[in-house]
Design a protein around this ligand. Sequence first.
Ligand code: NAI
Length: 481
Amino acid sequence: MAAFYDTARATDAHGAEPFDLVVLGAGSGGYACALRAAQLGFTVALVEKDKVGGTCLHRGCIPTKAMLHAAEVADSVRGGSQFGVHAAIDKIDLAGVVAYADSVVGRVYKGLSGLVSGNGNGITVVQGNGRLTAQDGRPSVTVGDRTYQARNLILATGSYPRSLPELEIDGAKILTSEQALRLDRLPASAIVLGGGVIGVEFASAWRSFGVDVTIVEALPRLVSGEDSSISNALERAFRKRKINMFTGAALSECQADESGVRVELVDGQRLEAELMLVAVGRGPRTAGLGYRESGVDVDDGFVRVTERLETSVSGVYAVGDLVRGPQLAHRGFAHGIFVAEEIANRAGVLEQAPATIVDANVPRVTYCDPEIASVGLGEAEARTRFGEVETFTYDLAGNGKSQILKTRGFVKLVRRSSGPVIGIHMIGARVSELVGEAQLITNWDAFPADVADLIHAHPSQTEALGEAHLALAGKPLHSHG
Ligand code: NAI
């Protein structure tokens, strides 16, 4: 495949094959960038120290969602009698759950590896620990004793689980989410430190498996990135599921030994459990990789980028969790595709410059039970930004399919006063599947009347979205508007 740049600039210092792009990190952001760049005719060196697929595939999204699916199966069995199907759980074999998750990861990994290293697609996977260096004053990536240079470098080294200075992660009693995913035996009880996305997903799955779970969250509510109505509904649902919660709660002391973990909160409350999951956020993986030394501006660990994802060094871009904003795999994919197209546009290969990625319009899904799915601005944020807004909340009690599923929840819309819909917030079983339509609505700046004209299949949960828009357009069908 032809290289678009002059080989003098793109030749690796040891005279190996010249590349148009060097991508450091083959997680969601990095491999998406490599695939799109290869489609556009560029040659790409994709540097990865572990496995193509990164955190999302091997230690994040895919295995956790497999675990959450197993949790849903457990809940279906346990709750079968309310549907007239009587069944009992014999045992939860966590090693079996892990083996199932591993088999899913294995299949996806095989497919992805084939895609990335497919013969003649222009991508060369370089196995090893890469580091950004400035070779002859030009940024390059060094892997062992080899140096790769290209006109464009893409930093895509992702993130790692954060901890607190006072905690010693021992992998046995105090664990990161990555370690928790590898447990082969369920604890009788667990403390989950952090009520964000990872915290509530693990709390939910473990509770479904019968674990006595306590969440400790520093902020006044769970999932504080969501509209407050969602946090309230989730807390209600978790309380019903007998998940213990301490919000606005700071950790004062923590001790761990063979018998378990003992925690004291600042208000004097004492908690004890067999183990503790630390889910207090993920930090960008930028330290020790030569970024600062090569002139790349790093701010509190995050790589500083322009709206077009270029770093402070011309021709060096950053994608995914390295860039401040929602740390979501699909945002990483979008960043990767964007950068490949941006480079192609600047090189004259692609006529149109890609549209920038707006974080607020990236859909978000949290796979706890009940599920949470949202896109756009929450009500409070929308009011701060635009002043007058209108909202409408459609209760899933009015949706036939949700009644069949025996789920509770709602669809809440936020629109600019007499303007387009700028936020959609949903909670309830299976609402993750509604976010596809929701993100089309906000990304296309649809007005309630535009969506009200569209027909939603009956009986489906998508009708709840339709009904909410009908109501906001002033013609409610199964609600009072
Ligand atoms: P997060 O930022 O969502 O939540 C961390 C929580 O820990 C926050 O609520 C924070 O207030 C709390 N916290 C921080 N320090 C604390 C302390 N000392 N004591 C008690 N609470 C404390 O981060 P999380 O859950 O670790 O997830 C990391 C990233 O991974 C997130 O950006 C998330 O979006 C992403 N992710 C996405 C998933 C999805 O899309 N379904 C699933 C899992 C993770």
